[in-house]
Ligand binder design. Structure first.
Ligand code: SAH
Ligand code: SF4
Length: 342
């Protein structure tokens, strides 16, 4: 088993069968070797600097009904909101003044913002010295093109799972082929492309997780976000078992070995489900952290899953707090935009 990890470390390649073998492995020593090897590869390719991305949850209004997500349209138990464009721009400005070099705008999938409003928001934020990421769900090629021309740099759209049958079960009225088309469109427009998957969905297999990792390599993603599934109230999966932290960490570490120079966040879901999950992820291949910078009174309604791990400090204190936290693992915060250098 160690030989397989060494092969992945040296060749950045594993077959599906080899990936499944490692994913299934329950041996603590082997798994720890996987995590420490992913850490070495991260250090070798990307150094000790952690990139911060300031996440603004601009709206929880969503037309979709993903089975796992608390923002799904059929959930009538949450208060829906959207932030006014000028409020978004103000929050971004404050974050940039507080030292953030990337802003991420995320929302449910809806048309609550008209295209010209989004163009306005993108252009205003891009007047600052900052990289801008969008995560607004599936849109048309024309819409993506308009965002790119307005100045957006990156787009996050997780494939969620490459198991087509499971994808269909989890996403009523959505199509796997359109998901792929969106990712292709984003790639063709030269966005830095972020995708990723959930780990621990009901009926998800090791085989399909191996496929997910190979898919990330195949589409040449620039960023991969991997999070454990966390059961959310008022969804069809409210009684389902949560995903396993260690398995999510293994999917992440294997992704690091196969895509050695990409950006990989220590996701909020990892911190939510496991004490010090974020630091553990940062020591197992991750090099990015995405603190939530949405107004505290508002983001409580962005309830994708319960008890989301958020920092309880003002925006201008986040960088100092994280500088301290990361110093405990001998890491620093980067002062550049954190683009993916191929
Ligand atoms: N609407 C956009 C962005 C918001 S959702 C989109 O769907 O792309 C952002 C991510 O939250 C999703 O990609 C999904 O992987 C994750 N997510 C949703 N529900 C979750 C849950 N119950 N547990 C863990 N992650 C979840
Ligand atoms: Fe909407 Fe995204 Fe949640 Fe699906 S995952 S219900 S698209 S917010």
């Amino acid at each position: 088993m160690k030989k397989l990890i060494e092969k992945a470390r040296d060749k950045h390649f594993l077959t599906k069968v080899e990936l499944i073998e490692l994913l299934e492995c329950k041996n603590i020593e082997i798994n720890n070797f996987l995590f420490s090897t992913a850490d070495i590869i991260r250090k070798h390719y990307l150094g000790e600097q952690i990139h911060l991305r300031g996440l603004i949850e601009i709206s929880n209004i969503c037309n979709q009904n993903c089975f796992y997500c608390g923002l799904r349209n059929a959930n009538n138990n949450i208060k829906r909101y959207y932030l006014e464009p000028d409020k978004i721009i103000k929050t971004a400005k404050n974050a940039i003044e507080a030292g953030f070099k990337t802003i991420v705008l995320q929302s449910g999938e809806s048309s609550v913002y008209k295209l010209d409003q989004l163009v306005y928001i993108i252009k205003e934020i891009k007047k600052f010295d900052v990289a801008l990421t969008l995560s607004l769900g599936e849109k048309s090629l024309e819409e993506y093109k308009t965002y790119k021309e307005a100045g957006a740099d990156r787009y996050l759209l997780r494939i969620e799972t490459t198991d087509k049958k499971l994808y269909k079960q989890m996403h009523p009225n959505m199509s796997y082929s359109n998901r792929l088309k969106c990712l292709d469109d984003l790639k063709s427009l030269n966005f830095e492309l972020g995708t990723g998957c959930l780990v621990g969905l009901p009926n998800q297999t090791f085989e399909s997780l191996a496929d997910d990792i190979l898919f990330f390599k195949e589409i040449e993603a620039d960023m991969i976000g991997i999070g454990p599934f966390i059961s959310s109230p008022n969804t069809p999966l409210e009684n389902a078992t949560n995903g396993d932290f260690l398995l999510a960490l293994k999917v992440m570490a294997l992704t690091r070995l196969l895509l050695p120079d990409i950006n990989i966040p220590a996701t909020t879901a990892m911190e939510t489900i496991e004490k010090n999950g974020q630091l553990k992820a940062l020591c197992s291949g991750a090099n990015v952290v995405m603190p939530n910078i949405t107004d505290k009174t508002i983001c409580k309604n962005y309830s994708i899953y319960p008890n989301k791990a958020n920092l309880n400090v003002e925006l201008n204190k986040i960088k100092a707090l994280l500088t301290n936290k990361f110093s405990t693992i001998n890491r620093t915060i980067s002062n550049d935009h954190g683009f993916h250098n191929r």
